[in-house]
Design a protein around this ligand. Structure first.
Ligand SMILES: Nc1ncnc2c1ncn2[C@@H]1O[C@H](COP(=O)(O)OP(=O)(O)O)[C@@H](O)[C@H]1O
Ligand SMILES: [Mg+2]
Length: 512
């Protein structure tokens, strides 16, 4: 007897439906599982047998062949347990067949017949719906995430027994409902650290507001204890909320990595990832024999914070350049090539020298100009090229620190950021660009037109400060954002002047 069930597997952030065929015939015991299974899939037999037995049903005997098709796609993970078990039960007629062809099955089996959660259910739910399946039947802990896809009946189950009873019409399972509006409205009030706690540092706060408003990359340079980490941690609180589309994109990546908390359904806050500087290049950009996304993709639509940038391995920073430029990472393996999106805001911090101090001409004992230059130039060049705003952070004075008055609250800054994003949304309607930072060179030429006065200021700044050609596009993009914050259609002289200030690292003063 040949039985046929459906499962699915993820490749990158996409899913493929996998046909599970179980062929059972009597005779001598023999078991074979084919179709490029990995270790976890191959071991399913033991879990499946034990779970069927624990559910007081009959384990098929004799010669059994399980085929996972298409045969040339590698299959990994434990989600195949349930469709294989159901295939076994169909093959020896312990199950009714009428709902099986309309159902995608996913789940790892425990030896007692319970169902354990699996990874990557959101991309699978999207694919199951696209392919016209009626039901997605999976472990209860995964139901919330899958039910984000509307138009598909998502059934969360706790045991193999319950699944069998549902197929046989002995038990009802209510489709899971995820209320997206409610989830999104809950999140908006959750800001734990606030810019109001930061004394002084008005120029840095302003730069962060500009960065958040236009989605620009930012690097902060300053001595230890000047508050760089403190400031960076407050950035998520002023970022605009995720749109539903952005949330789905980000959730897919977290889902295939297995980062979605059990029972949660969708990522509602922009990610803020802060990996330690000992991180490997693979963990940062993705890779591995089964290609997994790295931190840069986990931060997709959010912030990747690299604290103490020069401490990171040079190789790790090198491999980040391309994904930063393209907005996605491509990982090639013998059998497949996958790509993960990586549209991020890169925020980095660094000391100005190995000892942590600025070069001070008045202090012969302190950091020399050469030391500072060497240290800063660790990140100069192509990576720096991709960072729009460079900000100098200095320690606040004791007087400022002991002030009672609070700074402006994150909520107020966020209002301005959101208004500014709205202007950009209108501007980029129907394009694959969400914010000013993502504009291509061609779009910059078209969208960031300067009047004569503006062009003259930019020209003067470029020559007198020794700015490179690579700074040119960056300055135009940032001035576009500064103008948007002021709701000014035209980019004016003072917008450019402010944007030029944020090019400290390629100005002759620091590195020249
Ligand atoms: N402007 C500031 N306002 C309030 N506290 C500050 C400020 N700057 C620094 N601090 C205090 O100093 C601590 C160290 O700052 P931190 O962000 O770790 O500095 P850095 O990362 O530049 O070494 C902070 O946790 C905070 O308590
Ligand atoms: Mg720090």
């Amino acid at each position: 007897m040949l039985a046929h069930t459906f499962c699915a597997s993820t490749y990158g952030v996409d899913a493929h439906i996998i046909d599970v065929e179980v062929h059972a015939q009597g005779g001598q015991p023999f078991y074979s599982l084919v179709g490029l299974p990995d270790r976890a899939v191959s071991e399913s037999k033991h879990r499946v047998d034990a779970a069927i037995q624990a559910s007081r049903m009959e384990v098929p005997r004799g010669k059994i062949i399980v085929n996972l098709a298409p045969a040339d796609l590698p299959k990994e993970g434990s989600a195949f347990d349930l469709p294989i078990a159901i295939g076994h039960l169909l093959a020896n007629r312990q199950l009714m067949n009428d709902k099986v062809p309309k159902t995608v099955l996913l789940g790892e089996l425990a030896l007692d017949g319970g169902l354990r959660p699996v990874k990557g259910v959101l991309p699978i739910a999207v694919e199951a719906h696209k392919r016209g399946f009626d039901y997605l039947l999976l472990p209860e802990a995964n139901a919330g995430e899958a039910a984000v896809v509307s138009g598909l009946k998502v059934l969360g189950c706790t045991s193999l027994r319950q699944v069998v009873d549902w197929f046989n019409g002995k038990a009802e399972v209510a489709p899971h409902v995820t209320n997206l509006d409610e989830l999104f409205s809950q999140h908006t009030s959750e800001v734990t650290v606030d810019f109001a706690d930061v004394k002084g540092q008005e120029n840095v706060k302003r730069a962060m507001e500009v960065a958040a408003a236009g989605g620009h990359n930012l690097v902060m340079v300053g001595p230890p204890g000047s508050g760089k980490t403190m400031l960076a941690r407050r950035l998520p609180g002023i970022l605009p909320p995720l749109s539903l589309n952005e949330a789905l994109e980000t959730t897919k990546i977290h889902s295939v990595t297995g980062l979605m908390r059990s029972g949660s359904s969708i990522v509602t806050t922009r990610p803020f990832r802060a990996p330690h500087h000992t991180i490997s290049d693979v963990a940062l950009v993705g890779g591995g024999s089964i290609p997994m996304p790295g931190e840069i993709s986990l931060a997709h639509n959010g912030v990747l914070f690299l604290d103490e940038l020069p401490e990171f391995q040079r190789k790790a920073l090198e491999v980040m350049r391309q994904p930063l430029e393209d907005g996605f990472v491509t990982i090639s393996r013998a059998r497949m090539t996958v790509s993960y999106p990586s549209k991020i805001m890169l925020v980095a911090s660094m000391n100005p020298s190995p000892s942590g101090d600025w070069y001070d001409p008045g202090n012969p004992e302190g950091t020399t100009h050469g030391q500072m230059q060497r240290y800063l130039s660790k990140i100069s060049g192509p990576l720096l090229d991709r960072i729009d705003l460079h900000v100098e952070v200095n320690k606040v004075s004791f007087e400022e620190l002991s002030q009672k008055s609070q700074g402006e609250a994150s909520a107020a800054i966020r209002e301005r950021v959101m208004a500014c994003r709205q202007i950009q949304q209108q501007r980029f309607l129907g394009m694959d660009v969400h914010c000013n930072a993502q504009m291509s060179s061609r779009q910059v030429r078209k969208i960031c037109r300067l009047d004569d006065a503006g062009a003259a200021i930019l020209k003067r700044a470029m020559t007198s400060l020794g700015l490179s050609a690579r700074a040119y596009d960056r300055i135009l993009k940032v001035s576009r954002t500064i103008a948007d914050l002021e709701r000014s259609e035209q980019i004016r002289g003072h917008h450019i002047a402010e944007a030029v200030q944020y090019r400290s690292l390629d100005r002759e003063g620091w590195l020249g």
